[in-house]
Design a protein around this ligand. Sequence first.
Ligand code: GTP
Length: 249
Amino acid sequence: MAKIEQFNKVVIVGESGVGKTCILSQFIENKFDEKEVSSLTTQYRRKQIELVTGQNVIFDIYDTAGQEKFRSIAKLYYKSARVVILVYDITNKGSFEEMKNYWYEQVKDIQTENLILAIAANKSDLYEERQVENNDGEEFAEKINAIFVETSAKNDSGIDKLFENIGYKILDPHYNFRAEEEERRKKYMKQKKRLEEQEREEVNAKTNIAKVEKKQNEEKKPNIEKTESFRVTTKTFKEPKKQSKSGCC
Ligand code: GTP
């Protein structure tokens, strides 16, 4: 049986209202609450995932309350974390600044060996109200060597990817998120190109078949007409009436 990587304390931090609880609910229960109320306590959940490599990772996840008055409580949790997920809301520039200037500053000196940092740029479904560009988030993440994923707890997008990448990094501290992402992107583009080529070939083949069939039909046409006229001729041919022996009608 594949080894299970256990006891991975993951702590989610960020300003109040960025969507920390919703990210957790979506990851654990596949549900989203439009009217999620502000957390007053830290919530704990556990989940095991299987990576495509067949390896399993168990996460012990703590969702902290983001309001300022609960910050000292949050500290009790993240000071011994193996993984910290810093969350901001892409429609709220203030939450991005807070993430950089407060939350990162708080967690960067955590003494855990091989501390893993990840950034979730949440509410990506609200792209029309975006105040923080993807590049700005990605640039900061690169600077602090953090995994970076745009997520939407509402649309369930990016959340599995976020935890899978954390899983890979737990299993291999040298796991290079950006290099792997680039590799995946290249693979995807290659596959997309191959599919497009296949589609083009299929369309060409269908067009050629249609042309050949049309030509064959055109060549057959005169024969059909001849047959038809022959039928007409045979139908209109009348046999002479047989004479009765008596000569009577
Ligand atoms: P605190 O508990 O106060 O620290 O807040 P939080 O960071 O846990 O935020 P929470 O999960 O409670 O979500 C706050 C609000 O944002 C709720 O109304 C959610 O419905 C909404 N929300 C969370 N995630 C998303 C998202 O991805 N998209 C959209 N459109 N709304 C979201």
